[in-house]
Design a protein around this ligand. Structure first.
Ligand SMILES: [Fe+2]
Length: 366
């Protein structure tokens, strides 16, 4: 990409095509201290109140800056780098390439907790790995006084649900969810019945004195890409049919209609939902249902196959952070008479991790 000036107009040359930059786009970027608050970077003027036929008076282009004087008497000096950044309508985080993985994954993205972690470069690298793999594990995180809440709020803010600000996962009498038993949990995503679905789940191991109770993870992205390649018809129907996910307990009824595989505006992977205990397929035409059920069976087989699943033990102090829109999680069964298994969990949303990542990137000029 290259900028060029011609008769008080600014052009950019991208992939051999030359186009003019709208003068109003440049006028909106007038950035002196009378126009932009220097600490918040918020505008002190309202561009919707400006006349639309903004004209340029004078231009100067150097190696790093573009200087523009407008006919309304304003002036701006914009870095070329910042103009280049605005060619993308995606955040830097969306550009982090997802790495597909399966049971061959050996490096479980372990990062050691330290007291300064939330202001440390290490957290930046952990968050980058989180976006690449969909999970990361912090080791030696303090286990006293519900520290998970401090941890989550030091990245962003806890997303409270009807399970509370955080939840204690151990087997108990009269549970309102199978998570609170010692039964095995096959791979699933959490809370598909919420709108919006919590983005990230944190699971902090406080105690794990049982021989079973292994944690399992499956990359929904890898699986759905595989399905798309091998069984395109199955992939297609799972991206098209919205099903009803439901959760009921004595105090609340939660329902949400959504696709099992959700795509973005470019038809690329966005999110998976999978929780066969909670899903209700609408009464479609028999042929369509036939295809849908085959597709759901196939994706369930893939999610549950050992080829895609990693299995590992969480030890006291380990805090697992899972992308709940991308990964499925579960656990193996355990025996309560062997000892205690106690995990604490909570949710945060993407704005927390994105905000932290952008902040650390700026702080360390990365
Ligand atoms: Fe879960």
């Amino acid at each position: 990409m290259k900028l060029e000036l011609l008769k008080n107009k600014v052009f950019y040359n991208l992939k051999g095509k030359k186009r003019e930059i709208h003068p109003f786009w440049l006028r909106e970027r007038v950035n002196g201290k009378d126009f932009v608050d220097q600490s918040t970077e918020q505008r002190l003027f309202d561009p919707t109140k400006l006349k639309s036929n903004i004209k340029i008076n004078k231009l100067k282009l150097s190696k790093y800056f573009l200087e523009v004087s407008f006919k309304d008497g304003t002036f701006t000096k914009i870095s070329i780098k910042s103009i280049l950044r605005e060619f993308s309508n995606e955040s830097d985080i969306k550009l982090i390439k997802k790495i597909k993985w399966n049971s061959n994954l050996k490096d479980l993205n372990y990062f050691n907790f330290n007291e300064n972690l939330f202001e440390d470069k290490l957290m930046f690298h952990a968050l980058i790995n989180f976006y690449k793999y969909g999970f990361v594990i912090f080791k030696n995180v303090p286990t006293k006084n519900n520290f998970i809440i401090n941890f989550a709020n030091s990245i962003g803010s806890v997303r409270k649900t009807n399970f509370g600000e955080f939840f204690n996962i151990k087997s108990k009498a009269n549970p309102n969810d199978l998570a609170y038993t010692s039964l095995p949990l096959s791979p699933h995503t959490d809370n598909p019945y919420r709108n919006p679905v919590p983005c990230i789940q944190m699971l902090h191991c406080i105690e794990n004195r049982v021989s079973g109770g292994y944690s399992t993870l499956v990359d929904g992205y890898t699986v759905t890409e595989k399905l798309k390649k091998k069984f395109p018809k199955y992939h297609e129907i799972l991206t098209q049919v919205k099903i009803r996910f439901q959760f009921k307990d004595p105090s609340v009824v939660l329902e949400s209609w959504a696709e099992m595989i959700q795509l973005d505006q470019y038809k690329a992977f966005k999110q998976v939902r999978f929780s066969p205990r909670l899903d209700f397929v609408p009464l479609l035409d028999k042929k369509q249902l036939e295809l849908f059920y085959k597709a759901r069976k196939k994706i369930s087989e893939l999610y549950n196959s050992n080829y895609f699943k990693i299995e590992f033990k969480l030890n006291p102090g380990d805090l697992l952070m899972i992308d709940n829109h991308r990964l499925l999680h579960g656990r193996t069964a355990y025996k309560t008479n062997e000892g205690n298994r106690f995990l604490q969990g909570c949710y945060i949303d993407y704005d927390s991790t994105e905000g932290k990542l952008n902040y650390l990137k700026k702080k360390f000029n990365l």
